[in-house]
Design a protein around this ligand. Structure first.
Ligand SMILES: [Zn+2]
Length: 428
């Protein structure tokens, strides 16, 4: 299996199974309900863990919860820890609704403080970091490979965290002395304070996956400075750290309605309420994980249409015809985990009535519910057929009457392009 890695700038081959594949993915900073865009890495890496496990690997997925961070202090001055706890509950609640299970480990920065402080102390002792006024900074000039992940040249880098006490504008904080109004702090060799964001991830990844692991993931917006700094800190501390760096493309809000309401944030909770988990999961399948993905009413409707089409194949099985075998799905996913190719294979199986393979593939992506729809009672099927006929003769009053009658019986009739042209789905 091959995966594209930002660090090597090419597809990198995984060692053959059965080896352990440790995956670390940067999770959310918890200070509000997560955005639907933050659900994308959550979904992609849970799918990837499932796929690797199915291919015979011992895959372990760790995804952190950043519960100490500037954003949290800013959002709730004086009670940041209460906000972090509340927002952690929201995050678990919202992502549970995706129905994909959870990562193997979900470490919190506040529960990893000893490891974080130990790692900083090691970097200070080896000269890769220095204390300045109660803060501790990473000495970028001490790490020759700095910039290797993001490709940034040292002289083009913008300053991170300005502070006149720093030795070099590029140096970034590993530890920050407690400031007025910050309600949480930890004791350290440098006084009371709290860790910087980047060192939290370096420490949590090593604690759970060891000094060398296979895959580090996260959104493309994390390459610089977050991942560049994680890599520098961990390698400066003598760890090999992650081998493959996977960065998923970002979710873009598009469409007129969506752009107008940019202030109107599309939280995962809201999107699940509006569209349901099946449509959202299918939507994420429609773009390669490395590409940006456009979220709009039109793209979500298209994803919903695809979900209905799969469901329809199980309600009204097409005549069975020859099609490619399971190895077609393996080829799609083993080559840089292409869900778009996988989706094309799945539609081929749907059209060919190869429902067992299709069910197995849907299950992999958490979409087995599409194969489990209850058939409507015969009298409702009959009413749906009469409604089709009424629509065909433009008798819309009769068609609407039949639709309402079906709804009163607890079912929803939907129009689909496949035979028989309608679909009956039991309402929740
Ligand atoms: Zn991180």
């Amino acid at each position: 299996m091959r995966l594209y890695s930002t660090l090597q700038r090419k597809l990198v081959e995984l060692p053959p199974p059965p080896v352990e594949i440790g995956i670390y993915v940067c999770g959310p900073t918890v200070y509000q309900r997560i955005h639907v865009g933050n659900a994308r890495p959550y979904v992609i890496f849970l799918w990837l863990r499932r796929w690797l496990t199915g291919r015979g690997y011992a895959a372990t997925l760790a995804s952190n919860i950043t519960d100490v961070n500037d954003k949290i202090y800013a959002a709730a001055p004086g009670h940041s820890s209460e906000l972090a706890e509340q927002a952690t509950r929201w995050y678990i609640e919202d992502t549970d609704r995706l129905g994909l299970g959870r990562p193997d480990a979900e470490p919190k920065a506040t529960e990893t403080m000893d490891d974080i402080i130990r790692l900083i102390a090691e970097l200070v002792a080896s000269g890769h970091a220095y204390e300045a006024g109660g803060d501790v900074y990473f000495r970028v000039a001490s790490f020759g490979d700095y910039g290797q992940l993001s490709g940034q040249k040292p002289d083009q880098m913008t300053e991170q965290e300005p502070n006149p006490l720093k030795q070099d504008a590029r140096d970034f904080a590993l530890w920050k002395a407690t400031k007025e109004g910050e309600d949480t702090s930890w004791d350290s060799p440098w006084g009371k304070g709290r860790p910087g964001w980047h060192i939290e991830c370096s420490a949590m990844a090593a604690k759970l996956l060891g000094p060398a692991f296979e895959i580090h993931g996260g959104g493309l917006d994390l390459v610089f400075p977050h991942h560049e700094n994680e890599l520098a800190q961990s390698r400066a501390a003598g760890q090999e750290f992650a081998h493959i760096w996977m960065h998923n493309g970002l979710l873009r809000l598009t469409g007129e309605k969506m752009s107008k309401s940019l202030g109107n944030v599309q939280t995962l909770e809201r999107v699940l309420d509006e569209w349901g988990r099946e449509t959202l999961l299918l939507f994420f399948m429609t773009a390669h994980w490395r590409s940006p993905i456009d979220f709009s009413p039109a793209t979500m409707e298209a994803a919903r249409e695809q979900a209905w089409t799969f469901r329809n194949a199980f309600l009204h099985p097409p005549e069975r015809q020859p099609a490619r075998g399971w190895e077609a799905l393996e080829a799609a996913l083993d080559e840089d985990f292409s869900t778009t190719e996988a989706l094309a294979v799945m539609h081929e199986w749907r059209a060919a009535g190869q429902l067992e393979q299709l069910r197995r593939a849907l299950t992999l992506f958490g979409l087995e519910t599409l194969a489990e729809s209850e058939r409507a009672p015969a009298e409702l099927e009959e009413m749906a057929r009469r409604r089709q006929a009424a629509r065909a003769t433009s008798d819309f009053a009769e068609a609407d009457r039949l639709r309402d009658e079906i709804a009163a019986a607890g079912w929803e009739v939907r129009d689909v392009s496949d035979d028989p042209g309608y679909q009956l789905v039991k309402k929740d």
